[in-house]
Design a binder for this molecule. Structure first.
Ligand code: COA
Length: 331
């Protein structure tokens, strides 16, 4: 069995900054409420003339390739995590593959929402372990802002979710460093607690003007239920990873949680008894970018010198499905 490691990370966020003050102009909310309940100060929304999920992914991928000192043609597989693909089908993986000029290699889309990046990383890890592939491009990219109810009615979700992309180059490890374990979980009993109902293939009409104008076309979230489950599952899945590797929370050099909500991250930090500087948060600047949040955070943490060779890095996520997951690695 081979071992895999992240050789480089990159990210891209749309240029348009939307502050809480900007949201005050379009819905009944306040900067104070948003900061207190979520920690978010601003987020990015895509430019329909410029940004697509695939091309944001491509821009993140190019940065990751440069940092991994890897030629694009070394990539032998793509795993693209998104729940907001550019088309109903095919997935955004093939669109990004085309943009990178990699026609012919396999491209897989993963639809596991906020846990999507860790599911994608775990998938890449399995392919590298078996020796089937040597260099896999793993992407998390989302455009959530086009499916948010930006009226007062939708304010509890629309202030949270946002757009962006992150990428990781996952390669066969040559020096013993790399991914120690990944743990993936799901519980479909809670599928409708955080979801977008339409367009859906099981209804008579996939899409109509009535659906577009109605409430089911936008993201729907039962925030309280999500919160209660998230705080339990995050710690649970981190402890599962530590236990499997005979490690303890004190061994973690940096925890990169999915950027769901600053209150959730702070809760997990206290539960795990980690010092503040061992948990990386950037939700203040970007909101919750679903599958993109972990690779964006990882890329910024790396830029800030918070991830160094030999560090024990833990990632954990919780989101729609419900799904939850963790990945533990030596950088
Ligand atoms: N601005 C101002 N007021 C708002 C608001 C907003 N953006 N959104 C909701 N409110 C109001 C509600 O209407 C309600 O008013 P009422 O008491 O007059 O009825 C009040 O604030 C409390 O609403 P509630 O939904 O109970 O708030 P909350 O404290 O649970 O916070 C969330 C809402 C969404 C921030 C919180 O539930 C949460 O963080 N959930 C987890 C969400 C998450 O992490 N999702 C991503 C998972 S991947």
């Amino acid at each position: 069995m081979y071992k895999s490691k992240i050789a480089g990370v990159g990210h891209y966020v749309p240029e348009k900054v939307v502050t809480n003050k900007d949201l005050e102009e379009i819905m009944d909310t306040t900067n104070e409420w948003i900061v207190e309940r979520t920690g978010i100060e601003q987020r990015r929304w895509f430019d329909p003339d410029k940004d697509t999920v695939a091309n944001m992914g491509t821009r993140a991928a190019r940065q990751a390739l440069e940092r991994a000192q890897t030629d694009v043609n070394e990539i032998d597989f793509i795993v693209f995590a998104t729940i907001t693909p550019d088309y109903f089908f095919p997935g955004s993986g093939v669109l990004m593959q085309r943009e990178l000029g990699l026609q012919g290699i396999g491209a897989l889309d993963i639809r596991n929402a906020c846990s999507g990046f860790i599911y994608a990383l775990s998938t890449a890890d399995q392919f590298i372990k078996t020796g089937m592939y040597k260099c896999i491009l793993v992407i998390g990219a989302e455009i959530q802002s086009s499916a948010l109810d930006k009226s007062t009615e939708g304010r509890s979700s629309s202030v949270i979710f946002a757009d962006g992309a992150g990428a990781a180059i996952v390669k066969r490890s040559e020096n013993g460093a790399g991914i120690l374990s990944t743990h993936l979980h799901a519980d479909g009993d809670f599928a409708e607690e955080l979801y977008v109902k339409d367009p859906g293939s099981s209804r008579k009409t996939r899409l109509s003007q009535e659906l577009i104008d109605g409430p089911t076309f936008n993201l729907t979230m039962n925030g309280n239920t999500v919160f209660k489950h998230a705080v339990v599952r995050f710690s649970e899945v981190i402890n599962e990873a530590l236990k499997q590797n005979n490690l303890s929370a004190e061994d973690i050099d940096l925890l990169i949680p999915h950027q769901a909500n600053l209150r959730i991250s702070n809760f997990v930090q206290k539960q795990m008894k980690l010092p503040e500087d061992k948990v990386f948060n950037n939700i203040m600047h970007y909101g919750n970018t679903t599958a993109a949040s972990i690779p964006i955070a990882m890329s910024e943490a790396w830029e800030a010198g918070k991830i160094k060779d030999g560090d024990l890095i833990c990632m954990a996520a919780f989101g729609s499905g419900f799904t939850w997951a963790s990945a533990l690695m030596v950088w």
